[in-house]
Design a protein around this ligand. Structure first.
Ligand code: ATP
Length: 329
């Protein structure tokens, strides 16, 4: 079976982007692939979270993954910090990662712009840790959203550099989405993507109440009429792309027609979309809520997942040390 690896940072509530960019694929891949899915708690330390919040977020990400359909019996579901081999591989890969190259990564530049007082080395080397996450299992396919595309390119570079310098060990991992293009769910205010830690009123969370979903949808950015060249304004495209995810084909057809003939009422469209979102999100929210209360169960899952993941990670590190020449005994 092909090896699949992907992770989600424990930085807050999961949202529609995490679901459609990542988790939906996890669930579809769990039968046919050898899957390693993890909560990236080390990655979330770049922003210095309060320890209490971090713990809560780790349990939440686990619960929301399982509530979305992930079966911990079929995949290895674990927490990153339970696998010390990842930290060791991160150290080894850092020797093959260049400062200038890391400084040019757009997500790094964005973070520097948004938070100039905390430009730590962990933030700069984020793509190296992410590469270690994947390469530690010799992962081949990585189900992620569009925002991670460039980080994956770096993982391929590090794999190549390692193989060239020390001998063949790592495959070159590629981003993966069923269908074709990688997904990017836009935020409801039209500014950037939905995200756990930014623009929270413009992001639909899997834990939002029905009322809040309807309210957020009603405030979503729309437009009046068409662009001058007759094309669809960006904000309307975003609304249709959300409809494609949760509404039935006849509902979509109806609103496409009204857009074409100019009779569309965006209030109606957003109301419909709100209702369809509620239908989609509510069952996941309720299931996650009850799972999250059962920490004994979640601890059992984490421990079991970590055992499987450590076995695979230990093998890779054994090979890596041997190739590098740091196997003395
Ligand atoms: P943060 O706001 O803390 O940066 P995030 O919401 O961007 O968090 P990550 O933990 O960085 O989420 O990413 C988890 C997974 O979800 C990744 O595979 C990422 O590509 C995907 N993802 C995140 N946001 C979106 C989005 N808006 N559309 C599609 N996929 C997304």
């Amino acid at each position: 079976k092909e090896i699949v690896v992907s992770g989600i940072r424990s930085t807050g509530f999961l949202h529609l982007g995490n679901y459609f960019g990542a988790i939906r694929n996890y669930v579809k891949m769990q039968e046919a692939y050898n899957c390693y899915f993890f909560v990236a708690d080390w990655h979330s330390l770049t922003t210095h979270p309060d320890p209490k919040d971090l713990r809560g977020n780790v349990y939440r990400v686990l619960a929301e993954n399982i509530a979305s359909g992930l079966d911990p019996e079929k995949v290895s579901l674990y927490v990153q910090s339970d696998i010390p081999e990842i930290a060791e591989l991160y150290l080894l890969l850092n020797m093959l990662a260049y400062k200038g190259e890391l400084e040019k990564v757009p997500t790094f530049k964005d973070k520097v712009r948004l938070n100039p007082d905390n430009v730590n080395a962990g933030l700069l080397t984020y793509p190296v840790l992410m590469s270690a996450d994947i390469l530690v299992h010799r992962g081949v396919k990585v189900p992620v959203g569009k925002d991670q595309e460039q980080h994956l390119e770096m993982a391929r570079n590090y794999a190549q550099r390692f193989n060239k310098r020390y001998g063949q060990l790592f495959p070159e991992p590629v981003p993966f989405n069923f269908g074709d293009d990688l997904i990017r769910i836009p935020s409801l205010d039209g500014e950037g993507k939905m995200s756990k830690s930014e623009n929270q009123m413009a992001t639909l969370y899997l834990s939002d109440s029905d009322d809040l979903i309807i309210k957020k949808m009603s405030k979503a950015k729309s437009a009046t009429g068409k662009e001058e060249d007759g094309s669809m304004p960006e904000a309307v495209k975003n609304l249709f792309s959300l409809m494609d995810l949760v509404s039935t084909p006849d509902v979509i057809e109806h609103f496409k027609k009204t857009f074409e003939d100019g009779s569309i009422r965006y209030g109606d469209m957003k109301k419909q979309l709100g209702e369809d979102m509620v239908k989609f999100i509510a069952p996941i929210r309720e299931k996650a809520k009850s799972l999250q209360e059962d920490q004994t169960y979640l601890n059992k899952i984490m421990k079991h997942g970590a055992e499987k993941a450590r076995e695979s990670a230990a093998q890779t590190l054994h090979e890596a040390r041997k190739l590098i020449g740091i196997n003395y005994y």
